[in-house]
Design a binder for this molecule. Sequence first.
Ligand SMILES: C[S@@+](CC[C@H](N)C(=O)[O-])C[C@H]1O[C@@H](n2cnc3c(N)ncnc32)[C@H](O)[C@@H]1O
Length: 327
Amino acid sequence: MTDRHPARILQDLVNGHVAPRCLHVIAEFGVADALGERPETASVLAARTGLDAGALDRMLRLLAAYGVFAREGDAYVHTPVSRHLRSDHPQSLRSFARTMGSPIFWKGFTELAHAARTGKPATDWAGILAHFAQHPDEGRMFNEAMAGKSIAAVPAVLEAYDFSAFGTIADIGGGRGHLLRAILERVPGAQGILFELPQVIEDAAREGIPRTQLVAGDFFVDPLPAADAYLLMEIIHDWGDDDAARILAAVRRAAPTHARVLIVETLVPDSPGPGFAKTLDVIMLAITGGRERTPAEFETLLAGAGLRLERVIRTPSHYSIVEATVA
Ligand SMILES: C[S@@+](CC[C@H](N)C(=O)[O-])C[C@H]1O[C@@H](n2cnc3c(N)ncnc32)[C@H](O)[C@@H]1O
């Protein structure tokens, strides 16, 4: 419960995009990279990043109010939060912030009325993936963003699930393979397969993943590899029910009868309060045409593809693991 005036609650919500938009721009122009260990004024940071000093000062003043940078006198210093915006942070979220604020993603929100009228985003996920194929720099930034956004999830998934029984683990649409790499580090006897679109495989191949076969393909067209376990992290939520069913059916066709299918996603809770799953669900509505789902919705979707939901494992992160077997 809150004793704030209802109109004030609404006003704050109406303006809720302002600080995030500042974050997108600050990340785009590399302001966190321009700030080192010494306090710097907005004028110095603006000169280093090609921004307007007054505008930057006002945007940083707002972000500092949320703990992203801190103001010391008339200068700014890093906070633990703002350090994650640096490109050289081992858990950098700079590409994630840039991607969420990029024209191709943000368009989904400027044209949210289109989604409200039609139930479909202005540019759907297939369109965005085609855009990435034509603009490799943006595609690589998205791949990096996916690794960044998974930082908190990967240790939580490892903590929640025992992968040691699997000899071969296939990560379907695994981006650069950040989840697969972390699992293989834990399970030294296992082999990995990363199945991804050709341009993403090209990106993943730059670094390579030990004991992992990189397979370029399209899960709507090409057969998937045989494996003991299939990871699908934030794949199903990118798609509406028909396409999601096609992906699961492709997994089912490839899966040996003993295989486990592990869907790592945010599940829509029954509770009425705010929550990440509800935000992510509308991001999917605006940008991909997909959706977050409840456990019951997953059960139905899986059953339609010849898979049986066995259990839902909560992790100490936003994500749950939906475990399914061949029905
Ligand atoms: C939201 S990202 C998730 C990446 C990663 N699993 C994670 O959670 O960080 C969705 C991924 O699905 C891949 N993808 C989309 N369509 C695909 C297709 N038709 N075949 C194979 N991979 C696809 C994309 O390239 C992208 O890396």
